[in-house]
Design a protein around this ligand. Structure first.
Ligand code: DLL
Length: 432
C-alpha cells in the first residue's frame, strides 16, 4: 500500500514546487531566529529573499554537527520551549550529545514519514510489530512506535536488550515484524538457535533494520536465518530520526521523504554538489520542521541518489544503501578502507560469522590493521592446521579486495561483544 500517493508518486515538477515553497519559509524562519546561521548567510552575502526556489539551495551555507554542539542544548531551536513537546538526543562517541526538539507538528510529520516507510516495507494494520530499538533518548524506539500506531499496526514497545524476553514475546505474541538494528537481529537469530527455536516456529515476515550501515551480504544472512524480508530504514536525529528514507519491497534503494527533507550529494572535499548517480556525502535540508529546522546539514554518510521511477510506482528519489560514513573511513598506510568492504568479504565465506572487530594501531610510523573475526561453530576445530589455512584464505581475500595486508585473528564463536543497539566495529588506537 502507498500511504500518501499524491506525494509519494508526484511528478518532479509538483515535488519541486512543494519543496521550493517550503524552503523559502524555512530559510526565513532560520534567518530570523538563529543568530549563528544568520551570520553565516550574511558572510555569504545572502538574505532570505535571494532564495526563490530549490535551484538556489546550493547558494546556502552548510550546517554541521558542531553547530548543534556549540549551541548545546537548545540554542538551535526556532520556537519557544512552550512549543516543544519532546526532546531526543543522540549520544556521540565524544563530547556532549546532540539534542533535538520537536513541536506537535514535528511529531505529526515524523509519524507520517514513518508510516509511509512501514507501508513501503509492506507492513499493514494486521501486523504485530516488536520495536526493539532503544526508547531512551535515542529516536529509534519512539520513532517506529508512533509510525506503527498511526498505521494501525499493533506495537510491542519492548525497547532494546533483554534478549530472552524478546524471543519469548516473539513466540507468545506471534510477532510478525521486527524493528531493531541489523546487528541485533543477527544476535537474536544466534540466541534463537541456542534456545532451539526454529524460524518456522515464529510468524516473523519483515524486518525494519537501520541505524547503522549493513551490507547486501549481511541482508542475505539475516533473511535466511530469520526467514524474513529485511528492509533498510535510514534516518538521523538531527533531521528527525528514523523515516527520513526507507526501502520498498523491491529493496532497490531507500525512498527519501523529500517533501520534508531535501537531499543533495556533495563532494566531501570541495563541498560542490555532485550530479545524480555520483557517490558523495549526503546533505539534508529540512523543509517542514519547526523545532529545529536545519539547512544543508552534512550527514557524513556516503551514498548516491537515483531519480528514476521505482517499480513500486513511487517517484520519491531513492538513496542507495549507505557505503559508510566519511568519518568511518580508515586510512591505512594511505589506502582508504571501509568496514563495509571487510564485512562483505567475511560474509561471502561460510566459515566465518558476521561478528568482527577491526583494531587499528600505529607501530612506529606504520599503521597496522588487525581483524578479529569469529569462526562458525561447525568450523571451529582444534586442528591448528585447518584454522591456519582458513586464516590464510581470509588474509588473501582481504589483501586482494583492499590492497593492503590485514593481520587476521580467528576467535571462538561468541567472543566478540554483542550489543542491542549500534554495533561497534572499529577501535582506532591511533587517536589516543
Ligand atoms: O540512527 C535513527 C534511526 C533509528 C535510523 C532507527 C534508523 C532506524 P542517529 O543515532 O542520530 O539516528 O544516527 C544517525 O546512523 O547518520 C548514519 O550514519 C547511521 N544510519 C542510520 N540509519 C542507517 C542505515 C538514528 N539504514 C546515523 N544505513 C546516520 C546506514 C545508517 N547507516
Amino acid at each position: 500500500m502507498i500511504w500518501n500517493e499524491k506525494i509519494e508518486c508526484a511528478s518532479r515538477e509538483y515535488m519541486k514546487a512543494v519543496q521550493s515553497e517550503r524552503l523559502i519559509e524555512t530559510v526565513k524562519r532560520i534567518y530570523h531566529n538563529i543568530p549563528s546561521y544568520r551570520q553565516k548567510m550574511q558572510a555569504a552575502g545572502l538574505v532570505p529573499d535571494d532564495i526563490k526556489s530549490i535551484d538556489d539551495l546550493s547558494k546556502l551555507p552548510f550546517t554541521v554537527k558542531t553547530d548543534l554542539r556549540d549551541n548545546y542544548p537548545f540554542g538551535m531551536f526556532t520556537v519557544p520551549m512552550s512549543e516543544i513537546v519532546r526532546i531526543h538526543a543522540s549520544s556521540g562517541t565524544t563530547g556532549k550529545p546532540t539534542v533535538v526538539g520537536y513541536t506537535r507538528k514535528d511529531l505529526n510529520s515524523w509519524a507520517e514519514v514513518v508510516t509511509r516507510s512501514l507501508c513501503m516495507a509492506g507492513v499493514h494494520r494486521e501486523d504485530i510489530v516488536q520495536v526493539a530499538y532503544g526508547y531512551g533518548l535515542f529516536t529509534g524506539g519512539l520513532g517506529l512506535h508512533y509510525g506503527c500506531e498511526n498505521l494501525g499496526a499493533s506495537v510491542i514497545p519492548i525497547s532494546g536488550g533483554n534478549t530472552e524476553k524478546q524471543l519469548q514475546l516473539m513466540q507468545d505474541f506471534g510477532t510478525t515484524v521486527l524493528a531493531c538494528t541489523p546487528s541485533y537481529s543477527l544476535y537474536l537469530a544466534e540466541e534463537m538457535e541456542a534456545a532451539g527455536i526454529k524460524k518456522e516456529d515464529l510468524k516473523l515476515r519483515i524486518g525494519i533494520f537501520g541505524a547503522e550501515p549493513w551490507t547486501e551480504n549481511m541482508r542475505k544472512e539475516i533473511e535466511s536465518k530469520l526467514g524474513i524480508k529485511a528492509i533498510d530504514i535510514y534516518g538521523l536525529s538531527e533531521i528527525i530520526g528514523p523515516g527520513v528514507s526507507c526501502e520498498c519491497e523491491h529493496q532497490a534503494g531507500m525512498h527519501v521523504n523529500e517533501d520534508h527533507f531535501i537531499p543533495e550529494i556533495v563532494d566531501p572535499e570541495t563541498l560542490q554538489p555532485l550530479p545524480a548517480g555520483e557517490i558523495g556525502e549526503l546533505v539534508f535540508t529540512t523543509i517542514t520542521k519547526e523545532g529545529i529546522p536545519l539547512i544543508r546539514y552534512r550527514t557524513r554518510d556516503l551514498t548516491r541518489l537515483n531519480y528514476d521511477k521505482c517499480a513500486c510506482g513511487r517517484t520519491l528519489v531513492r538513496m542507495e544503501k549507505c557505503k559508510g560514513r566519511s568519518d568511518d573511513m580508515l586510512i591505512i598506510r594511505g589506502v582508504n578502507v571501509f568496514p563495509s568492504q571487510i564485512e562483505s568479504v567475511l560474509l561471502e565465506m561460510s566459515e566465518t560469522a558476521p561478528h568482527y572487530l577491526l583494531i587499528v594501531e600505529r607501530d612506529g610510523n606504520l599503521d597496522t590493521l588487525k581483524l578479529m573475526v569469529e569462526v562458525q561453530e561447525q568450523f571451529f576445530s582444534d586442528e591448528i592446521r585447518q584454522l591456519e589455512a582458513l586464516r590464510k584464505k581470509i588474509t588473501h581475500k582481504l589483501q586482494s579486495t583492499l590492497g593492503i595486508s590485514v593481520d587476521v585473528k580467528l576467535v571462538e564463536p561468541k567472543t566478540i561483544e554483542r550489543t542491542a543497539g549500534k554495533a561497534k566495529r572499529v577501535i582506532d588506537n591511533r587517536k589516543m
